[in-house]
Design a binder for this molecule. Structure first.
Ligand SMILES: Nc1ncnc2c1ncn2[C@@H]1O[C@H](COP(=O)(O)OP(=O)(O)OP(=O)(O)O)[C@@H](O)[C@H]1O
Ligand SMILES: [Mg+2]
Length: 350
């Protein structure tokens, strides 16, 4: 028999994938998002939306929350796509078409054919659809979003898109024609204050732990650690989880401040760790080379990469990979004067 925990009522509530029923302090953003989708419930085109803000402040959770409720009450289909997994518009449209029950060959289809299939899928799906493209900064060639933006010219069923990114300048470099077709309503998510973080963790803690288990001061410490480390709620959740497990291991009846203090040093920013798992093998090798070194010139880094990797890439290919790591803020680059006329990039870990 599995012995019941005296500390945890439901530990899963502290996992980052868990989607709580209510999201305190995101009421106004949720209201805006719901309002932007609402026309689709009545057969009209929804307002495209761009949600941006720093990591771990409820962007994905809020959009998923709104999508869940919206689909329930309107019957309009909602699709969530993480662009880390689908990085070209081609693969995104293919995934959506397949999701709507249209057969699409995975490989070898021309751009126009993929678009045709998508239009066919949308037509079949009379109620229309709304799509979330999360981590949209990962989309290669963002100008190719043009087709998606203009979809409502081909079909009368409403289609709307919600983009999410950490970067406010996502659409800055779009070609003018694409930019003007985008028509996105920007919704900024601001970081939580310490008090807000405390309320959020208190609510999650109430669901996760048995009544009366959490000692005074525990939530404050976790919230403060989350704020100091960039404001990511996931950091606070990890503190609660690890401290809870320690209390359990200690056979304690309470989750104490001392448990939290013990685990805090092992918990830092969460987003870089998530990204380090998502990047590809080449990127992982580059990150490993940079680790522990300071002020590595990009040329030296390339040479070291060639030494370490069996998979030879051109300098151009290497630069693209390096730029991606800099873009997602796993690496940092500074320019230094080099020789008489040149300058070189100096790379370090963030
Ligand atoms: N207001 C809130 N109430 C309860 N939980 C929250 C709230 N805001 C965020 N969370 C929780 O924090 C974690 C991170 O939130 P989420 O995944 O939405 O972050 P994000 O803003 O999308 O971050 P990223 O930019 O890294 O993707 C999730 O477990 C989420 O449920
Ligand atoms: Mg997210």
């Amino acid at each position: 028999m599995i012995s019941e925990s005296r500390i945890f009522k439901n530990e899963k509530v502290l996992s980052t994938e868990f989607l709580p029923e209510v999201l305190p302090h995101r009421e106004s953003q949720i209201e805006i998002l719901a309002g932007n989708l609402r026309p689709a419930a009545h057969g009209r085109k929804p307002q495209n939306t761009f949600v941006y803000g720093t990591p771990g402040i409820g962007k994905t959770a809020s959009v998923k929350h709104v999508f869940r409720q919206f689909e329930e009450y309107s019957g309009v289909k909602t699709f969530y796509v993480n662009c880390w997994d689908y990085r070209t518009i081609h693969s995104i449209l293919t995934k959506l078409s397949v999701g709507m029950g249209i057969f699409v060959a995975r490989k070898g289809m021309a751009k126009d054919e993929v678009m045709e299939k998508f239009v066919e899928a949308c037509k079949k799906n009379r109620k229309g659809l709304v799509i979330c493209l999360d981590e949209a900064d990962q989309i290669k060639d963002k100008n190719s979003l043009y087709d998606l933006f203009r979809i409502n010219q081909y079909i009368s069923n409403p289609v709307g898109v919600v983009f999410i990114s950490n970067f406010a300048d996502l659409f800055l470099d779009l070609e003018p024609r694409v930019k003007s077709s985008a028509d996105v309503d920007e919704v900024e998510f601001k970081p939580y204050t310490l008090d807000e973080m405390k309320n959020i963790l208190t609510a999650r803690g109430r669901e996760a732990f048995h009544a009366g288990v959490i000692e005074d001061g525990v939530v404050f410490l976790c919230a403060n650690h989350a704020i100091v480390n960039g404001g990511d709620v996931r950091t606070g959740l990890e503190c609660l989880m690890k401290a809870g497990r320690l209390a359990e291991k200690d056979n304690s009846l309470k989750l104490k401040v001392e448990h939290v203090k013990y685990v805090l040093p092992s918990i830092g920013k969460v987003k870089p760790k998530i990204l380090e798992e998502k990047i590809n093998e080449k990127e992982k090798i580059i990150l490993k080379i940079v680790e522990g070194k300071r002020n590595l010139k990009s040329g030296e880094l390339y040479e070291e990469y060639l030494r370490m990797s069996e998979d030879k890439i051109t300098e151009r290919g290497f630069r693209d990979i390096l730029n991606h790591l800099i873009e997602i803020k796993l690496l940092h680059a500074r320019y230094r004067k080099w020789g008489i006329r040149g300058r070189t990039r100096v790379i370090s870990k963030v």
